[in-house]
Design a protein around this ligand. Structure first.
Ligand SMILES: Cc1ncc(COP(=O)(O)O)c(C=O)c1O
Length: 372
């Protein structure tokens, strides 16, 4: 048996007629740039997440850059952000001339450590960019307490967090909708993923939304009149149409992921070399990625790959040790939790159409490895 890490074609086969029609309708309409389907999808995302406003953009990385630009994460201001995340969470600050100030993470939950963040606040700190990683949101209660106490703007990187919710002020709020801006990525592997790149900026603040909408079309609100030096970054109409079909099945997809996660947890719970992720009590998880912490990780990775099981290392190198961030002056040993995790973390196959037999095979293979 071979088990792919991720496989898009199984879902396509399930809903083929709907996907084909959605795509054909866009082509027949000719509305390729910001066509009707983009607006329909933005409205559907608002309805699903509870956002007041949503602006579709080309990808999650652009969404982060545009939101950082609007929030003035630039010109040397310091922005607190986790050191263990995907590169784009930090490059958005750095490319605009802001200074990323890395914070360590909690090893059990993979979430940004807000106490560490508070210790790094200086007179130049202007914002905080928390990242909701893998399967749950960071502690947004703590994050917003810091934001209020130190007057910080908050940009939530919810690229991986579609469907995740957290208890905030007595209510379960969708990831990305507590701070000033939130961003989603619709990269194909994401919980809500397209058939190409896509992204979205969400907010409950009308002024910020109007700016985001303008920034995605070269900073203009009236064609050929430019209020800002913006970007060319629009959600493709074809992707919006495809994503609309996927959104209609999102709860089923999330449930299927939860079932696989439960099976992994059950079958792996007694293996001594493995640590399973811990969910913060107030979070409604979504299993976008199922990561374990594994002793002898590299050996296990090689063994699983040899058996035809797709695995991935998210992330092998923490951001403070990336070559391009040498100028920030960090060194090995500065973020012990993140550095340790980079040597142990391993993502197992996770997508809705995975079968029970496939998950069992992955777990049996892991057990065998540790028996040797
Ligand atoms: C945490 C995080 N931030 C940002 C991004 C960037 O999104 P995209 O790939 O759509 O540019 C991703 C996804 O790849 C991500 O996982």
């Amino acid at each position: 048996m071979k088990v792919p890490f991720y496989e898009a074609t199984r879902e396509y086969a399930l809903y083929k007629a709907e996907f084909d029609k959605a795509i054909a309708d866009v082509i027949a309409s000719g509305g390729f740039i910001l066509g009707k389907q983009v607006q329909d999808f933005e409205e559907a995302v608002c309805k699903y997440t509870g956002a007041k406003y949503a602006a579709g953009v080309a990808n999650g990385s652009d969404a982060l850059v545009i939101a950082s630009d609007i929030l003035d994460f630039k010109n040397g201001v310091e922005i607190l952000t986790p050191v263990f995340t995907f590169f784009a969470s930090t490059s958005c600050i750095a490319r605009l001339g802001g200074k990323p100030v890395f914070c360590d993470i909690d090893e059990d939950t993979y979430c940004m450590d807000m106490r560490d963040a508070e210790n790094r606040i200086t007179g130049k700190t202007k914002g905080i960019l928390p990242v909701h990683l893998f399967l749950q949101t960071v502690d947004m209660n703590q994050c917003m307490k810091l934001a209020e106490k130190y007057h910080l703007a908050v940009l939530e990187d919810a690229a991986e967090a579609f469907g995740m919710r957290t208890l905030y002020k007595g209510e379960h709020k969708h990831a990305g909708l507590i701070g000033d801006f939130g961003v989603f990525s619709f990269f194909p592997t994401k919980t809500l993923g397209g058939y190409g790149d896509g992204g979205m900026i969400v907010t409950n603040n009308e002024e910020l939304y109007q700016k985001a909408k303008s920034y995605r079309v070269h900073g203009s609100t009236v064609r050929y009149h430019h209020d800002y030096i913006g970007y060319n970054s629009r959600l493709d109409t074809l992707q919006a149409a495809i994503l609309q079909v996927k959104l209609s099945y999102i709860d089923t997809a999330i449930q299927k992921r939860a079932k696989h996660a439960a099976q992994y947890r059950e079958l792996l719970k007694d293996i001594a070399g493995i640590k399973l992720p811990v969910i913060q009590y107030e979070n409604k998880e979504v299993n976008y990625v199922f990561c374990i912490q594994a002793e002898k990780r590299d050996g296990l990775e090689a063994c699983l790959k040899e058996k035809g099981i797709g695995v991935s290392i998210y992330y092998p190198v923490p951001l403070h040790l990336q070559k391009c961030f040498e100028y920030l002056g960090y060194k090995k040993g500065d973020f012990l939790a993140a550095e340790r995790l980079c040597g142990m973390v391993l993502a197992l196959p996770m997508f809705p159409e995975l079968t029970e037999d496939e998950v069992s095979f992955v777990c049996e293979s892991i057990k065998e490895f540790y028996k040797k």
